[in-house]
Design a protein around this ligand. Structure first.
Ligand SMILES: [Zn+2]
Ligand SMILES: [Zn+2]
Ligand SMILES: [Zn+2]
Length: 240
């Protein structure tokens, strides 16, 4: 038995080396954005807000290697190779289960991370004030051994752009070898199966491309941005 479908929209923000040096009014590199529409099934109908919150947080943690290693992301703020993933999450149970996740790729989110940590804290505050996302950013400890974005989702071997492989089904999660891909399948299959639509937005200069992910299920769900969200998000607390 399984519950209703969750309309999950994930937007991953970052930049990439070699992007045109165009800056927005906040003096950030023009972002690259990957928009994912995902349709996980909730475990059962009639979940309470705390149950929903706990289930959604653990799902997000399970699919974090997939979101993080979708490409060789650079820091959203300074363009250095990204290591850290910061989430802003808002979710609603009624009238239909909806969840919106903003995933920020950063070089260093520690207290000593300097200007990027400050820029992320400012963005977190703005998103809370303007869009209603619960505040979530807290600087992390420095000196943690965090893999680079775009590394192998199984063994974290640092990315080697020319030799990485991608899951052939979702075309998103990256691996150093077929062996790593095979051994990660029991974990990765959840992400692979719930991924329904993918849209890459590369700054202002490159046309975006929309492609359907592996599943042949026909989706009539609204694209990100078209859904209208009720005013009170369920409190998901901190996800990190
Ligand atoms: Zn940075
Ligand atoms: Zn590997
Ligand atoms: Zn896949």
């Amino acid at each position: 038995m399984s519950g209703p479908e969750l309309r999950l929209s994930v937007s991953i923000f970052g930049s990439a080396a070699g992007d045109p040096v165009t800056h927005d009014p906040d003096d950030r590199p023009v972002p690259r954005i990957l928009k994912l529409e995902m349709r996980p099934r909730m475990p059962h109908a009639g979940m309470s807000t705390p149950e929903f919150s706990q289930w959604a947080q653990s799902m997000l943690l399970r699919i974090t290697p997939d979101l993080k290693h979708t490409q060789y992301w650079h820091c959203e703020f300074c363009d250095k190779p990204a290591k850290e993933t910061i989430y802003n999450v808002a979710a609603w149970l009624n009238p239909v289960p909806l969840m919106k996740v903003l995933s920020h790729n950063m070089c260093d989110a520690s207290v000593t991370g300097g200007s990027c940590t400050k820029a992320m804290a400012k963005l977190d505050k703005e998103l809370a004030a303007e869009v209603g996302f619960p505040r979530s950013f807290k600087p992390t400890r420095s000196g943690l051994d965090i893999p680079l974005s775009g590394s192998c989702a199984k063994c974290n071997k640092p990315n080697d752009i020319d030799h990485m492989k991608k899951c052939g089904a979702c075309q998103l999660t990256r691996y150093c070898s077929a062996a790593c891909q095979r051994s990660d399948w029991p974990r990765h299959k959840e992400f692979c199966k719930i991924s329904k639509e993918t849209e890459w937005i590369w700054g202002q200069s490159t046309p975006s491309a929309t492609s359907s992910a592996a599943s042949s299920t026909t989706q009539s769900d609204p694209k990100p941005g078209n859904a209208s969200f009720p005013p009170h998000p369920a409190d998901l607390g901190d996800v990190d």
